[in-house]
Design a protein around this ligand. Structure first.
Ligand SMILES: NC(=O)C1=CN([C@@H]2O[C@H](COP(=O)(O)OP(=O)(O)OC[C@H]3O[C@@H](n4cnc5c(N)ncnc54)[C@H](O)[C@@H]3O)[C@@H](O)[C@H]2O)C=CC1
Ligand SMILES: O=CCc1c[nH]c2ccccc12
Length: 299
């Protein structure tokens, strides 16, 4: 099924795949955004922290797109200790637009223990019409519960890390999103290819890709879509970008999804065990150091 916009809890429609600009150097950013738009992306995701908003704005201007014809998200990242209100003004200026489609709190830790206070600033920006929709990123269930207990306007999305190696621990958050009508936005969906090659997901991923006659990265995008997530991805290559958009036509079977989930959970468990072993190792080393110090002191 081709990517079809999803309706948010404020009534607006969000394109379900977006081009992300994290880590794109300033000098390449405008041309890469231009290419993404040329290929058919109508959703751009950036952030104050990516330090390329001006170049994103340059591409938007070059493209001569009507404002209503593309979706623009940026995020308050707490750069230079600035608060959402000032940061949003600066982002609007850099991007060269009158309003943002979506403004996100990049991480709960930016709120420094006062999620309601930061969210109130987001609500003010919404009421002033500077941002059409507001949301969050990297929020846990607990962070969302804190926000929901005091907000007047609900977040429309939570942009989170989502790929098969984190599905085990992320399922409760996805269920919470669904219950609260908060759309999941997925980043780093291609993690098994970019950062954990050789892991247990590879085998089923390649098998499923072959069965559908598509590329593994397309299967991972289709997997994230099957989890009802809006996918944010990126590439500097035109062919890859075309492939990402074509992933909207892939329908994974229940078995395909279950196989990827199972392999992901297996890989996740290994990571947890490695982490536990490292912690145990550190505790043992610390204990040995204390013991040696006490011996040296003759205690
Ligand atoms: N809110 C947040 O904290 C975060 C948001 N994001 C957003 O999400 C966007 C996408 O994030 P990424 O982690 O870059 O996403 P991603 O998981 O989609 O990775 C994209 C990378 O995968 C590479 N790739 C594609 N196919 C591949 C293959 N077969 N083998 C190896 N590599 C392959 C591409 O060349 C590209 O560099 C960002 O640009 C940003 O907008 C990303 C990270 C954190
Ligand atoms: O968005 C990608 C990762 C990232 C880069 N800068 C920040 C600041 C706050 C949260 C996440 C990130």
């Amino acid at each position: 099924m081709p990517f079809k916009p999803v309706q948010l809890n404020d009534g607006r429609y969000l394109p379900t795949i977006g081009f992300g600009t994290w880590k794109i150097p300033k000098e390449n950013c405008a041309s890469q955004v231009d290419q993404a738009v040329d290929v058919g992306f109508d959703h751009i995701d950036t952030a104050q922290a990516y330090r390329n908003e001006e170049e994103v704005g340059q591409a938007i201007k070059e493209q001569g797109l009507a404002r209503k014809d593309f979706w623009l998200t940026t995020k308050w990242s707490g750069v230079d200790g600035k608060q959402p209100k000032q940061s949003c003004e600066e982002s609007l200026e850099k991007l060269g637009v009158e309003y943002l489609d979506l403004y996100l709190i990049h991480s709960p830790r930016l709120c420094q223990g006062d999620i309601p206070g930061s969210w109130k600033q987001m609500e003010d920006l919404y009421r002033e019409g500077k941002v059409k929709s507001i949301g969050v990123s990297n929020f846990s269930v607990e962070d969302l519960q804190t926000l929901l207990a005091s907000c007047s306007i609900k977040p429309v999305v939570n942009q989170i890390l989502l790929h098969p190696y984190v599905i085990g621990r992320t399922e409760p958050l996805l269920e919470f999103h669904a219950a609260q009508h908060i759309v999941t936005e997925a980043y780093s969906a291609l993690f098994p290819l970019t950062s954990q090659p050789g892991g247990p997901v590879d085998k089923p991923l390649n098998k499923i890709a072959e069965k559908h006659g598509v590329k593994p990265e397309q299967v991972l995008i289709a997997w994230a879509s099957a989890k009802k997530a809006v996918v944010l991805t990126t590439s500097r290559t035109k062919e890859r970008l075309e492939g990402y958009l074509a992933a909207g036509d892939i329908t994974l079977s229940e078995d395909d999804i279950a196989e990827l989930d199972k392999a992901g959970k297996k890989g996740e468990q290994k990571q947890v065990m490695v982490k536990k072993a490292r912690t145990v190792g550190r505790v043992v080393l610390a204990g040995a150091a204390v013991y040696a110090a006490l011996r040296l002191l003759g205690l």
